[in-house]
Design a protein around this ligand. Structure first.
Ligand SMILES: Cc1cc2nc3c(=O)[nH]c(=O)nc-3n(C[C@H](O)[C@H](O)[C@H](O)COP(=O)(O)O)c2cc1C
Length: 202
């Protein structure tokens, strides 16, 4: 059993999504003793944004740019780690209505036709079948469906759509929202997430 644990919050030790993702991984490790955890801190060690230099390299162009070469290796490692993972745990705060840019940079490197999805005559098909995922979501406001903020929700909905596109449909969102509404609201939101984590089954 292999877990891939991603974090993307820029708030370090104060991060809510990091706390939730860590507690999910702890819970999964209790349920699956001996599981291997591969962790990526995308905030402190991000990939470069995908660029024309990357696309040229993918098509075989040679480069003597050491930073680009290292980054290309990082992107290949991302894909290998994802292919090998049985369970993904994605720490994903909402920043400016969507996911943090380092998490988007990771997605830009793993969403590769022929590796994680493919195009067929009837449309795209995800190739990451049989995996389970958890989204550790934290956001300052509240985006309940039908509420005034619902139309601005491009964080969980984007990740759920992306995972489904790649073939991952067994996804649980563990959410703390309203974290910006004061200390009490933040504590209650975290408690709700922790209650959900305690119910995670093998
Ligand atoms: C740069 C930045 C942008 C943010 N943008 C939003 C936003 O658009 N909507 C929202 O509800 N909260 C927003 N927040 C609040 C965070 O989502 C909230 O503090 C959340 O708990 C952050 O998760 P983290 O503690 O894991 O980083 C933003 C916070 C930061 C630092």
């Amino acid at each position: 059993m292999k877990f891939l644990h991603l974090d993307s919050s820029m708030l370090g030790a104060a991060s809510v999504s990091r706390q939730i993702s860590r507690e999910i991984v702890d819970r999964l490790t209790q349920l699956h003793p001996g599981a291997e955890v591969v962790a990526r801190d995308l905030a402190s060690d991000p990939a470069f944004h995908l660029s024309s230099a990357h696309l040229a390299a993918f098509q075989g162009a040679q480069t003597d740019n050491r930073a680009l070469t290292d980054d290309l290796v990082k992107g290949s490692d991302y894909i290998q780690e994802l292919l090998e993972a049985d369970v993904l745990v994605i720490g994903a705060p909402m920043y400016n209505l969507t996911i943090p840019t380092p998490l988007k940079a990771w997605i830009d490197r793993i969403a590769v036709a022929g590796k994680t999805f493919r195009y067929t005559e009837t449309g795209p098909e995800g190739l990451l079948k049989g995996k389970r995922a958890f989204i550790a979501s934290a956001r300052g406001s509240i985006y309940n469906p039908g509420g005034p903020m619902a139309a601005l929700e491009h964080q969980e909905s984007y990740l759920l759509g992306l995972l489904a596109f790649l073939g991952i449909t067994d996804v649980q969102v563990v959410r703390a929202e309203g974290t910006a509404y004061g200390a009490e609201a933040k504590e209650a939101a975290l408690q709700q997430a922790q209650d959900a984590i305690a119910k995670i089954a093998a």
